[in-house]
Design a protein around this ligand. Structure first.
Ligand code: GRG
Length: 293
């Protein structure tokens, strides 16, 4: 199947799952459920859920078994975007091509919509089918760790503290690993777990996720300086305006591009164990390095 067709079919499955798993927007209190659905269905790329589905398949499983994991990770991702856009964080007006959650629903409801998506993620994952190797506690522990104060939130804290400061290459890499690569890797690992992946396959996919996640954030840094707000669906040039440490700021645009390609090659190398079974994951990784938004 061509990558575009695979993406279309997978995104449709994920959207259907999210539509079933999120409370209806008429459920009381309607405001909070409208706000949650507003950001979840705002047209994100659904990269993390698609990676979860493809990782289940590469381990010999079926994508449907990974839908709870995929949806849970997308809920965490969307909560982080809603909170990141708040005036007390990045203070942004535009996300996924639409006014940010707090611009539409107000700051109080936006905070609560983020909180509710964070909590719902664990409720969804608690309902995920389990396998002989991976029970509910393992799945929940994976998501809690990736979203917690040593990964996702660590990245955000260091990002906030690093504004306007000159930071080292090592610190920048740690921020990117924490705020981006950890959740992306978690999506991949949870997908693999839904297929009862062997430890060797899980390790290979973890390495794949860590390199791909870092490459994804380096490219995100590059797009912030090379693309328009219209194309990105979020405000371009924010990193420069906030004097944030980024790969282009630290290494220059050309070297940042090379680093993204090197990381993508490293990610592809981690898939060798899977041979031809990893065609979809390879195509996905290759498409990310040339993406324009
Ligand atoms: C816990 C508040 C809080 C934040 C954690 C994730 C994060 C740190 C902040 C969000 C903003 C940001 C720059 C995150 C880095 C990860 C990233 C590139 C997010 C955008 O992901 P895409 O491009 O977004 O996959 P879509 O909208 O397509 O889903």
């Amino acid at each position: 199947m061509e990558l575009q067709d695979y993406l279309r079919a997978s995104i449709q499955k994920v959207d259907n799952a999210l539509d079933t798993l999120l409370p209806k927007d008429t459920t009381r209190p309607a405001t909070i459920h409208k706000a949650m659905r507003y950001s979840i269905f705002a047209g994100g790329k659904r990269l993390r859920p698609v990676l979860a589905l493809a990782s289940a398949e590469v381990c010999g499983g079926v994508s449907d078994a990974a839908l709870h994991a995929a949806s849970a990770v997308e809920c965490i991702h969307t909560y982080s975007l809603i909170h990141d856009d708040l005036p007390c964080m990045d203070d942004d007006d535009l996300r996924r091509g639409r006014p940010t959650n707090h611009k539409v629903f107000g700051e109080g409801v936006a905070v609560l919509a983020g909180d509710a998506l964070l909590t719902l993620a664990f409720e969804i994952l608690a309902q995920a089918p389990t396998t002989p190797r991976y029970g509910t506690a393992t799945l929940i522990g994976e998501l809690a760790s990736a979203s917690g104060s040593q990964w996702l939130i660590a990245g955000q804290v260091l990002d906030l503290e690093g504004e306007g400061k000159l930071i080292s290459k090592e610190d920048l890499q740690f921020i990117h690993q924490s705020k981006t690569a950890a959740l992306l890797t978690c999506a991949i690992r949870l997908g693999a777990m839904s297929a009862d992946a062997s430890p060797a396959k899980l390790n290979a996919l973890t390495e794949f996720g860590q390199s791909l996640g870092l490459a994804f954030q380096v490219i995100d840094d590059i797009l912030d300086v090379t693309q328009t707000t219209e194309k990105l669906g979020k405000t371009a040039g924010k990193d420069v305006a906030a004097t944030k440490a980024t790969y282009p700021a630290l290494f220059g645009l050309e070297r940042a591009r090379e680093i993204a390609s090197e990381l993508t090659r490293k990610a592809l190398g981690a898939l060798s164990l899977f041979g031809d079974d990893a065609t979809t994951l390879r195509a996905l990784a290759e498409s990310l390095v040339v993406r324009e938004y």
